[in-house]
Design a protein around this ligand. Sequence first.
Ligand SMILES: NC(=O)C1=CN([C@@H]2O[C@H](COP(=O)(O)OP(=O)(O)OC[C@H]3O[C@@H](n4cnc5c(N)ncnc54)[C@H](OP(=O)(O)O)[C@@H]3O)[C@@H](O)[C@H]2O)C=CC1
Ligand SMILES: CCCCCCC/C=C/C=O
Length: 329
Amino acid sequence: MVTAKAWVLKKHFEGFPKTSDFDLKKIELPNLKDGELLLESVFLSVDPYMRPYSRRDMKEGDIMIGTQVARIVESKNPAFTVGAFVVGSSGWRTHFISDGKDLQLLPSNWPESLPKSLALGTVGMPGLTAYFGLLEVCKMKPGETVLVNAAAGAVGSVVGQLAKIGGCKVVGCAGSDDKVAYLKEIGFDEAFNYKTVTSLDEALRKASPDGYDCFFDNVGGEFASIAINQMKKYGRIAVCGAISQYNDSVPQKGPYVQVPMVFKELQMEGFVVTRWNNRREEGLKALLKWVVEGKVKYHEQVTEGFENMPMAFLGMLKGENLGKAIVKV
Ligand SMILES: NC(=O)C1=CN([C@@H]2O[C@H](COP(=O)(O)OP(=O)(O)OC[C@H]3O[C@@H](n4cnc5c(N)ncnc54)[C@H](OP(=O)(O)O)[C@@H]3O)[C@@H](O)[C@H]2O)C=CC1
Ligand SMILES: CCCCCCC/C=C/C=O
C-alpha cells in the first residue's frame, strides 16, 4: 500500500494567494488493477494558469491542478515499462495511479545530459506556448521587431530566443536587474527592468524607436495599454496571458484598445496552447533540437521539497523565478 501526499485547495484564492489557502493531505492508494500503473512524481510544475483556472475549474477541497514529470514504479499496463518517465497532469501529488491514457512518455531521444524537468518548461507546455504563439499568432517574419514581457520567465525566455532564431530583433522586459542581465546573456537585443524605468513609454521607444511589429503579451493590464501605442501599422499582438490581472478582486479599468487597433490596423488574438495539441510532437521535436544544439538556453528555478509547493507557487507569482519554476520532490 502506498500513501500519497497531495496539496488541496482549502479555500478559493481571494486576491494574492496565501499559504493558508492550501492543505496537505495523505491519501492511501489502492492496489493496481490490470491496465493501471503507479507513478511517483519527480518534478512538479507551478504555473500562472493555476491562479485563474483554480476559480474556473476547481472547488474547495480539490487537489491542486498541475503537471509533473513522473517515474513509473509499478505497471500492469504492457505499454508502460517500470523506470520510464512520463509527463502527467495529475495535480499536486507525490504518487498517483493512471490507466496511461493521460500520460505522455518523454521523447525516446531525450539526452541523458538534459534535466527531465525541461519537459515541464522549455521542452514542454511553456516552450510550445512560445513556439505556436510566435509562429501562428504573431506570424513573425525575419527582420521584424518583437516585444515580450515577463521575458525572463518560462514562456518569455523561449519567445525571445525563438524570435532571434527567426531573424527578428527582440526587446524583453523583466522585473529585476538580474533578469535583465540574463536576457542579454541569452541574446536579447534590448532588455530593461520595467519596475525601475521612470517611464515605460520612453523605455519602449528607446529600445525600438520605429516601434514593434509583434508583441507577445504575457502580462496585460497597464503594460499592454502602454505598449499597444507603440505598435507599427499592421502589427500583431499575441495575447498569451495577463498575469498582472490574475490576482485582481476588482477588474482594472482601461485605457481601451479600440483607438490604436483601428488607426494602426492591428491584429490582437488571444490563444491557449492546447489549440495545437495535434502539432505537439512537431513543437517538442523542434524545441528539443534547439536546446541540444545550444541555440535555446534554459534556466530553472528549482524549489526542493514537495512540502514547499505553495511557497514555490506564490514565489513564481511574485516574480522570484528566473526561467521555469519547478519543484523537485
Ligand atoms: N495562453 C497559453 O496557452 C499560456 C499562457 N501562459 C501565460 O504566459 C505568462 C507567462 O507564464 P510563465 O512563463 O509560465 O510564467 P513565468 O515563468 O514568466 O513566471 C511569471 C512571471 O510573471 C511576472 N509577473 C508576475 N506578476 C506580474 C505583474 N503584476 N506584472 C508584470 N509581470 C508580472 C514575473 O516576472 P517579472 O519579474 O518579470 O515581473 C514572474 O516571474 C502568464 O501570463 C501565463 O498565464 C502560460 C502558458 C500557456
Ligand atoms: C494540463 C495543462 C494545461 C495547460 C494549459 C495552459 C493554458 C494556460 C493559460 C494561461 O496561463
